[in-house]
Design a protein around this ligand. Structure first.
Ligand SMILES: Nc1ncnc2c1ncn2[C@@H]1O[C@H](COP(=O)(O)OP(=O)(O)O)[C@@H](O)[C@H]1O
Ligand code: SF4
Ligand SMILES: [Mg+2]
Length: 348
């Protein structure tokens, strides 16, 4: 885990970011339902930190990550980026031409290293092409740089003439990391980079990401549904539920004492550190709310064991509960929720 220094500066400030799909007239004249995939997300990421984003599948993590890297155009809101030189810019509203100087600063690593690499391109083309397109290198220089990058991510320089299918899942993710590094980015959106890999390979890739971060002072937005990985890797964590952040805290605070019932429910699904520990199963019941037909009031209320009348009608706001801790729940602070660290200690 990297520790953020007190002087760390904001590098990305996401403000009320929205991405809605649908809501358009179809050929028959009917209007398709609006899917609120990302619905008013606000947080700040500091330079050099690893900021975690967790939540169930379908809650909007990938869409949010892609909007931040401008692989998708947001429907509304801001992504204010502080470049190394010059004033802050809103990446969300820049026209493609004006976006070009900043694009290389924010790169992505994808969940599925197989489908994210073009099978008809050699590693030299996959990693080298962005360098050529962005004018960072030409001719022999591209080969040198690609060779160095391959070695840096734990592969051999001579592999550059091969195609992605020749490699294992872990090696392909190393190629994906080399491609993301090709343009010397400052921020990398890591979208579940180890979810598709064997457990034995996961730790190697996470260690590589940590080493690269320390070496290049990278900032990570680390998307995961595995809370164990997040606890190990992230400085701060945002918990997402149908397009919205419901809790945001420093990792140790979040795991010791969650403030949102959804966070508690996610944690109760984490296997206990002590396998003999008998834990009251409080598994997450019911399905994720439908982003095209959200329940009134608190969007989590149909699944929440702490729901009261007010929760059914009044939507809670994300508020700062204590410095740096944000929560979206009417009953925050009043509930005594279980964290993972507390349970592990109590169960020993
Ligand atoms: N291109 C798209 N068109 C329509 N709906 C989409 C599109 N991409 C994602 N969605 C919907 O947006 C929601 C969030 O998806 P996603 O960001 O992939 O979630 P996650 O990464 O957390 O699993 C889901 O309901 C998904 O079906
Ligand atoms: S606002 Fe109510 S329903 Fe929503 S999480 Fe809090 S207690 Fe549960
Ligand atoms: Mg996803």
């Amino acid at each position: 885990m990297s520790s953020i220094s007190v002087q760390a500066e904001p590098i990305l400030s996401v403000r009320d970011l929205k991405k809605h799909f649908g809501g358009k007239k179809t050929w028959s004249g009917a209007v398709s339902k609006t899917i609120r995939a990302v619905d008013g997300v606000t947080f700040t990421i500091y330079e050099g930190e690893t900021f975690g984003l967790v939540g169930e599948s379908g809650c909007g993590k990938t869409t949010l990550g892609r909007c931040i890297a401008r692989a998708l155009d947001p429907t509304g809101g801001e992504v204010v980026y502080a470049p190394k030189e010059g004033g802050a810019v809103d990446l969300a509203s820049l026209k493609p031409r004006d976006l070009r100087p900043y694009r290389q600063d924010v790169q992505m690593i994808f969940q599925d290293p197989i489908s994210s690499l073009n099978p008809r391109m050699t590693l030299l083309d996959i990693i080298g092409e962005p360098m050529v397109v962005n004018g960072l290198a030409r001719g022999e220089e591209v080969k040198h740089r690609v060779g160095d990058l391959l070695e840096r991510v734990g592969l051999r320089a001579e592999y550059m003439v091969r195609y992605p299918h020749a490699f294992s899942g872990g090696q392909r993710q190393r190629i994906g990391i080399a491609r993301a590094l090709a343009l010397n980015p400052r921020v990398i959106v890591c979208d579940e980079p180890v979810s598709a890999l064997d457990v034995s390979v996961q730790a190697q890739i996470l260690n590589l990401l940590q080493d690269l971060q320390a070496e290049k002072n990278l900032t990570y937005l680390f998307i995961a549904h595995d809370l164990g990985v997040v606890e190990y890797l992230c400085d701060r964590v945002a918990v997402m539920y149908v397009g919205q952040v419901v809790e945001l805290a420093e990792t140790s605070d979040l795991f010791a004492r969650p403030l949102h019932p959804y966070t508690e429910a996610l944690m109760s699904a984490v296997p206990p550190a002590n396998p003999r520990a008998a834990r009251a199963p409080r598994l997450l019941e019911g399905d994720l709310a439908n982003a095209a037909n959200l329940p009134p009031g608190c969007h989590f209320h149909p699944r929440c064991g702490y729901c009261v009348e007010r929760c059914r009608t009044e939507e809670p706001e994300l508020r700062e509960y204590s410095p740096g801790r944000f929560v979206r729940c009417h009953r925050a602070g009043e509930l005594k929720l279980d964290g993972v660290a507390e349970l592990a200690e109590a169960d020993l």
